[in-house]
Design a binder for this molecule. Structure first.
Ligand code: PAJ
Length: 284
Protein backbone atom coordinates (compact mmCIF):
# COMPACT_ATOMS: atom_id res chain seq x y z
CA UNK A 1 0.00 0.00 0.00
CA UNK A 2 1.24 3.46 -0.85
CA UNK A 3 0.34 6.52 1.21
CA UNK A 4 0.05 9.90 -0.53
CA UNK A 5 -0.45 13.35 0.99
CA UNK A 6 -0.31 15.67 -2.02
CA UNK A 7 -2.03 15.70 -5.41
CA UNK A 8 0.99 15.25 -7.72
CA UNK A 9 2.06 12.04 -5.96
CA UNK A 10 -1.56 10.81 -5.80
CA UNK A 11 -1.82 11.34 -9.59
CA UNK A 12 1.37 9.34 -10.17
CA UNK A 13 0.10 6.50 -7.95
CA UNK A 14 -3.33 6.44 -9.63
CA UNK A 15 -1.78 6.39 -13.12
CA UNK A 16 0.32 3.40 -12.13
CA UNK A 17 -2.81 1.58 -10.81
CA UNK A 18 -4.79 2.33 -13.94
CA UNK A 19 -1.95 1.02 -16.14
CA UNK A 20 -1.60 -2.08 -13.99
CA UNK A 21 -4.29 -4.28 -15.56
CA UNK A 22 -4.06 -5.06 -19.27
CA UNK A 23 -6.72 -3.35 -21.36
CA UNK A 24 -8.57 -0.18 -20.37
CA UNK A 25 -10.99 -1.73 -17.88
CA UNK A 26 -9.19 -1.14 -14.56
CA UNK A 27 -11.83 -0.27 -11.98
CA UNK A 28 -11.06 1.74 -8.88
CA UNK A 29 -13.29 1.73 -5.80
CA UNK A 30 -13.03 4.40 -3.14
CA UNK A 31 -13.93 4.42 0.56
CA UNK A 32 -13.88 7.93 2.08
CA UNK A 33 -13.27 7.97 5.86
CA UNK A 34 -12.12 10.18 8.70
CA UNK A 35 -9.90 7.42 10.12
CA UNK A 36 -10.01 5.79 13.60
CA UNK A 37 -11.02 2.74 11.60
CA UNK A 38 -13.16 -0.07 13.04
CA UNK A 39 -14.91 -3.14 11.63
CA UNK A 40 -17.67 -0.92 10.16
CA UNK A 41 -15.15 0.88 7.95
CA UNK A 42 -13.47 -2.43 7.08
CA UNK A 43 -16.85 -3.81 5.89
CA UNK A 44 -16.88 -0.95 3.37
CA UNK A 45 -13.35 -1.85 2.25
CA UNK A 46 -14.40 -5.50 1.77
CA UNK A 47 -17.44 -4.44 -0.24
CA UNK A 48 -15.26 -2.07 -2.30
CA UNK A 49 -12.95 -4.96 -3.22
CA UNK A 50 -15.91 -6.84 -4.70
CA UNK A 51 -16.60 -3.95 -7.10
CA UNK A 52 -13.15 -3.10 -8.47
CA UNK A 53 -9.58 -4.15 -9.22
CA UNK A 54 -8.09 -1.69 -6.72
CA UNK A 55 -9.31 0.06 -3.58
CA UNK A 56 -8.37 3.59 -2.56
CA UNK A 57 -9.21 4.65 1.00
CA UNK A 58 -9.07 8.28 2.10
CA UNK A 59 -8.47 9.44 5.65
CA UNK A 60 -9.21 13.12 6.16
CA UNK A 61 -10.74 14.62 9.30
CA UNK A 62 -12.72 17.26 7.46
CA UNK A 63 -12.89 20.49 9.51
CA UNK A 64 -15.75 21.99 7.47
CA UNK A 65 -18.26 19.33 8.56
CA UNK A 66 -17.73 19.96 12.30
CA UNK A 67 -19.77 22.66 14.04
CA UNK A 68 -18.12 25.18 16.38
CA UNK A 69 -19.16 23.16 19.45
CA UNK A 70 -18.37 19.73 18.00
CA UNK A 71 -15.45 17.39 18.60
CA UNK A 72 -12.98 18.32 15.79
CA UNK A 73 -9.97 18.75 18.10
CA UNK A 74 -10.87 15.64 20.13
CA UNK A 75 -11.69 13.50 17.08
CA UNK A 76 -9.52 10.34 17.36
CA UNK A 77 -6.47 10.26 15.06
CA UNK A 78 -4.71 6.89 14.73
CA UNK A 79 -3.15 6.87 11.29
CA UNK A 80 -0.44 4.24 11.94
CA UNK A 81 -2.95 1.67 13.22
CA UNK A 82 -5.38 2.60 10.43
CA UNK A 83 -2.67 2.14 7.78
CA UNK A 84 -1.79 -1.32 9.14
CA UNK A 85 -5.46 -2.41 8.94
CA UNK A 86 -5.81 -1.10 5.39
CA UNK A 87 -2.55 -2.71 4.25
CA UNK A 88 -3.70 -6.07 5.67
CA UNK A 89 -7.03 -5.68 3.81
CA UNK A 90 -5.22 -5.29 0.49
CA UNK A 91 -5.86 -1.59 -0.07
CA UNK A 92 -3.71 -0.16 -2.89
CA UNK A 93 -3.59 3.52 -1.94
CA UNK A 94 -4.16 5.46 1.28
CA UNK A 95 -5.01 9.05 0.37
CA UNK A 96 -4.33 11.19 3.45
CA UNK A 97 -4.21 14.81 2.34
CA UNK A 98 -3.33 17.61 4.74
CA UNK A 99 -5.81 20.42 5.46
CA UNK A 100 -3.67 22.76 3.30
CA UNK A 101 -3.85 20.38 0.34
CA UNK A 102 -7.62 20.07 0.70
CA UNK A 103 -8.35 23.72 1.44
CA UNK A 104 -5.51 25.88 0.06
CA UNK A 105 -5.55 29.66 0.58
CA UNK A 106 -8.32 31.19 -1.53
CA UNK A 107 -10.63 28.16 -1.34
CA UNK A 108 -14.15 29.57 -1.75
CA UNK A 109 -16.65 26.89 -2.90
CA UNK A 110 -19.37 25.03 -1.04
CA UNK A 111 -22.00 22.56 -2.24
CA UNK A 112 -25.47 22.64 -0.70
CA UNK A 113 -27.73 19.68 -1.49
CA UNK A 114 -31.19 21.13 -0.85
CA UNK A 115 -34.07 19.29 0.86
CA UNK A 116 -32.52 15.87 1.64
CA UNK A 117 -29.73 17.53 3.68
CA UNK A 118 -31.98 19.98 5.51
CA UNK A 119 -33.98 17.87 8.03
CA UNK A 120 -32.82 15.44 10.75
CA UNK A 121 -29.06 15.87 11.35
CA UNK A 122 -28.97 18.75 8.87
CA UNK A 123 -31.39 20.72 11.07
CA UNK A 124 -29.44 19.97 14.25
CA UNK A 125 -25.94 20.38 12.74
CA UNK A 126 -26.19 23.46 10.46
CA UNK A 127 -23.66 23.34 7.61
CA UNK A 128 -22.64 19.75 8.37
CA UNK A 129 -23.88 18.25 5.09
CA UNK A 130 -22.54 21.17 3.04
CA UNK A 131 -19.12 20.26 4.46
CA UNK A 132 -19.67 16.57 3.69
CA UNK A 133 -20.98 17.17 0.13
CA UNK A 134 -18.12 19.56 -0.69
CA UNK A 135 -15.35 17.31 0.62
CA UNK A 136 -16.82 14.19 -1.02
CA UNK A 137 -17.09 16.01 -4.37
CA UNK A 138 -13.42 17.04 -3.97
CA UNK A 139 -12.36 13.48 -3.05
CA UNK A 140 -14.17 12.16 -6.15
CA UNK A 141 -12.45 14.82 -8.27
CA UNK A 142 -9.06 13.89 -6.84
CA UNK A 143 -9.37 10.08 -7.06
CA UNK A 144 -11.96 9.75 -9.92
CA UNK A 145 -13.22 6.35 -8.66
CA UNK A 146 -15.63 4.17 -10.66
CA UNK A 147 -17.48 3.20 -7.49
CA UNK A 148 -17.56 4.47 -3.91
CA UNK A 149 -18.89 2.78 -0.76
CA UNK A 150 -20.73 4.53 2.08
CA UNK A 151 -22.32 3.07 5.22
CA UNK A 152 -26.06 2.94 5.85
CA UNK A 153 -25.07 3.81 9.44
CA UNK A 154 -25.00 7.45 8.25
CA UNK A 155 -28.18 7.04 6.23
CA UNK A 156 -28.85 10.74 5.62
CA UNK A 157 -25.24 11.21 4.47
CA UNK A 158 -25.70 8.32 2.00
CA UNK A 159 -28.92 9.92 0.69
CA UNK A 160 -27.21 13.33 0.35
CA UNK A 161 -24.32 11.77 -1.61
CA UNK A 162 -26.67 9.87 -3.93
CA UNK A 163 -28.46 13.16 -4.68
CA UNK A 164 -25.14 15.03 -5.16
CA UNK A 165 -23.81 12.42 -7.61
CA UNK A 166 -27.06 12.36 -9.60
CA UNK A 167 -27.39 16.15 -9.71
CA UNK A 168 -23.78 16.89 -10.69
CA UNK A 169 -23.36 13.93 -13.11
CA UNK A 170 -20.35 12.75 -11.13
CA UNK A 171 -20.24 9.32 -12.85
CA UNK A 172 -19.51 7.39 -9.66
CA UNK A 173 -21.57 4.35 -8.72
CA UNK A 174 -22.60 4.73 -5.07
CA UNK A 175 -22.89 1.52 -3.04
CA UNK A 176 -24.63 1.60 0.36
CA UNK A 177 -23.30 -0.95 2.87
CA UNK A 178 -25.43 -2.33 5.76
CA UNK A 179 -24.54 -1.15 9.26
CA UNK A 180 -21.98 -3.27 11.10
CA UNK A 181 -23.07 -3.85 14.72
CA UNK A 182 -21.53 -5.05 17.97
CA UNK A 183 -22.79 -8.41 19.33
CA UNK A 184 -25.49 -6.62 21.41
CA UNK A 185 -26.74 -4.66 18.37
CA UNK A 186 -25.11 -1.25 18.96
CA UNK A 187 -23.88 0.19 15.64
CA UNK A 188 -20.08 0.43 15.55
CA UNK A 189 -18.93 4.06 15.74
CA UNK A 190 -15.73 5.80 16.76
CA UNK A 191 -17.92 7.84 19.13
CA UNK A 192 -18.78 4.68 21.16
CA UNK A 193 -15.31 5.06 22.72
CA UNK A 194 -16.60 8.17 24.56
CA UNK A 195 -19.12 6.02 26.52
CA UNK A 196 -18.19 4.73 29.98
CA UNK A 197 -19.13 1.13 30.91
CA UNK A 198 -22.57 2.04 32.30
CA UNK A 199 -23.39 4.28 29.34
CA UNK A 200 -22.25 1.58 26.91
CA UNK A 201 -24.78 -0.85 28.47
CA UNK A 202 -27.59 1.74 28.22
CA UNK A 203 -26.72 2.59 24.60
CA UNK A 204 -28.16 -0.72 23.36
CA UNK A 205 -31.62 0.79 23.97
CA UNK A 206 -31.17 2.71 20.69
CA UNK A 207 -31.04 -0.28 18.29
CA UNK A 208 -33.58 -2.15 20.49
CA UNK A 209 -35.99 0.77 20.18
CA UNK A 210 -35.56 0.83 16.37
CA UNK A 211 -36.36 -2.89 16.03
CA UNK A 212 -39.32 -2.69 18.44
CA UNK A 213 -40.74 0.43 16.78
CA UNK A 214 -40.28 -1.06 13.30
CA UNK A 215 -42.25 -4.13 14.37
CA UNK A 216 -44.98 -2.01 15.99
CA UNK A 217 -45.33 0.05 12.80
CA UNK A 218 -45.52 -3.03 10.60
CA UNK A 219 -48.22 -4.50 12.80
CA UNK A 220 -50.31 -1.37 12.33
CA UNK A 221 -49.57 0.99 15.21
CA UNK A 222 -50.07 4.56 13.98
CA UNK A 223 -46.91 6.54 13.30
CA UNK A 224 -47.31 9.42 15.84
CA UNK A 225 -48.02 6.97 18.71
CA UNK A 226 -45.14 4.69 17.70
CA UNK A 227 -42.66 7.59 17.57
CA UNK A 228 -43.86 8.99 20.90
CA UNK A 229 -43.43 5.57 22.55
CA UNK A 230 -39.97 5.27 20.93
CA UNK A 231 -38.82 8.55 22.48
CA UNK A 232 -40.22 7.46 25.85
CA UNK A 233 -38.34 4.17 25.60
CA UNK A 234 -35.00 5.95 25.01
CA UNK A 235 -35.52 8.41 27.88
CA UNK A 236 -36.68 5.57 30.16
CA UNK A 237 -33.57 3.55 29.31
CA UNK A 238 -31.03 6.18 30.36
CA UNK A 239 -30.67 8.46 27.34
CA UNK A 240 -30.49 12.08 28.51
CA UNK A 241 -32.16 13.64 25.47
CA UNK A 242 -33.59 12.68 22.10
CA UNK A 243 -32.83 14.86 19.05
CA UNK A 244 -35.29 13.00 16.84
CA UNK A 245 -37.03 9.71 16.13
CA UNK A 246 -38.60 9.99 12.67
CA UNK A 247 -40.10 7.71 10.01
CA UNK A 248 -39.07 8.96 6.56
CA UNK A 249 -39.41 8.09 2.90
CA UNK A 250 -36.40 5.83 2.23
CA UNK A 251 -35.12 7.94 -0.70
CA UNK A 252 -36.12 11.57 -0.15
CA UNK A 253 -36.11 11.39 3.68
CA UNK A 254 -39.39 13.34 3.73
CA UNK A 255 -41.14 12.58 7.07
CA UNK A 256 -44.08 10.16 6.82
CA UNK A 257 -47.25 10.07 8.89
CA UNK A 258 -48.21 6.59 7.62
CA UNK A 259 -46.20 3.50 6.65
CA UNK A 260 -47.40 3.46 3.03
CA UNK A 261 -44.10 2.99 1.14
CA UNK A 262 -40.50 1.82 1.74
CA UNK A 263 -39.41 3.83 4.77
CA UNK A 264 -36.48 4.39 7.09
CA UNK A 265 -36.77 4.85 10.83
CA UNK A 266 -33.98 7.20 11.99
CA UNK A 267 -33.02 8.33 15.48
CA UNK A 268 -30.44 10.52 17.20
CA UNK A 269 -30.10 10.69 20.99
CA UNK A 270 -27.58 11.69 23.61
CA UNK A 271 -26.07 9.92 26.60
CA UNK A 272 -24.16 12.55 28.55
CA UNK A 273 -22.06 14.44 25.99
CA UNK A 274 -22.12 11.59 23.45
CA UNK A 275 -24.53 11.76 20.53
CA UNK A 276 -25.47 8.46 18.91
CA UNK A 277 -27.34 7.95 15.62
CA UNK A 278 -28.86 4.82 14.11
CA UNK A 279 -31.53 3.77 11.61
CA UNK A 280 -33.27 0.73 10.13
CA UNK A 281 -35.40 -0.07 7.09
CA UNK A 282 -39.15 -0.37 7.70
CA UNK A 283 -41.20 -1.71 4.82
CA UNK A 284 -45.01 -1.88 4.76
P1 PAJ B 1 -16.54 8.30 8.96
O1 PAJ B 1 -17.40 8.66 10.11
O2 PAJ B 1 -15.10 7.94 9.20
O3 PAJ B 1 -17.22 7.13 8.20
C1 PAJ B 1 -16.68 6.65 6.99
C2 PAJ B 1 -17.67 5.67 6.37
O4 PAJ B 1 -17.83 4.55 7.24
C3 PAJ B 1 -19.06 6.28 6.16
O5 PAJ B 1 -19.57 5.89 4.90
C4 PAJ B 1 -19.85 5.67 7.31
O6 PAJ B 1 -21.24 5.56 7.05
C5 PAJ B 1 -19.20 4.29 7.40
N1 PAJ B 1 -19.46 3.63 8.70
C6 PAJ B 1 -19.20 4.12 9.94
N2 PAJ B 1 -19.62 3.25 10.88
C7 PAJ B 1 -20.17 2.20 10.22
C8 PAJ B 1 -20.80 0.97 10.62
N3 PAJ B 1 -20.94 0.65 11.91
N4 PAJ B 1 -21.25 0.14 9.65
C9 PAJ B 1 -21.11 0.45 8.33
N5 PAJ B 1 -20.52 1.59 7.89
C10 PAJ B 1 -20.07 2.45 8.82
O7 PAJ B 1 -18.69 9.52 7.29
C11 PAJ B 1 -17.60 10.08 7.32
O8 PAJ B 1 -16.49 9.53 7.92
C12 PAJ B 1 -17.37 11.43 6.67
O9 PAJ B 1 -18.54 12.20 6.75
C13 PAJ B 1 -16.89 11.35 5.19
C14 PAJ B 1 -17.93 10.66 4.29
C15 PAJ B 1 -15.56 10.60 5.11
C16 PAJ B 1 -16.67 12.78 4.63
O10 PAJ B 1 -15.77 13.48 5.40
Amino acid sequence: MQTFRDLPSLDTGLSALRADVSGSGTRIAMVPTMGALHAGHMALVEEARRHADHVVVSIFVNPTQFGPNEDLAAYPRREAADAAMLEAAGVAILWAPTVDVMYPAGFASSIHVARVSEGLDGAIRPGHFDGVATVVAKLFGQVRPDVACFGEKDYQQLAVIRRLVADLDLRVEIVGVPTKRDTDGLALSSRNAYLDDGQRVMAVALPEMLVMTGEALRSGLDVPTALQEATGHLLGSGFDSVDYVVLCDAQSLTPLTALDRPARLLAAARIGATRLIDNIAVNP
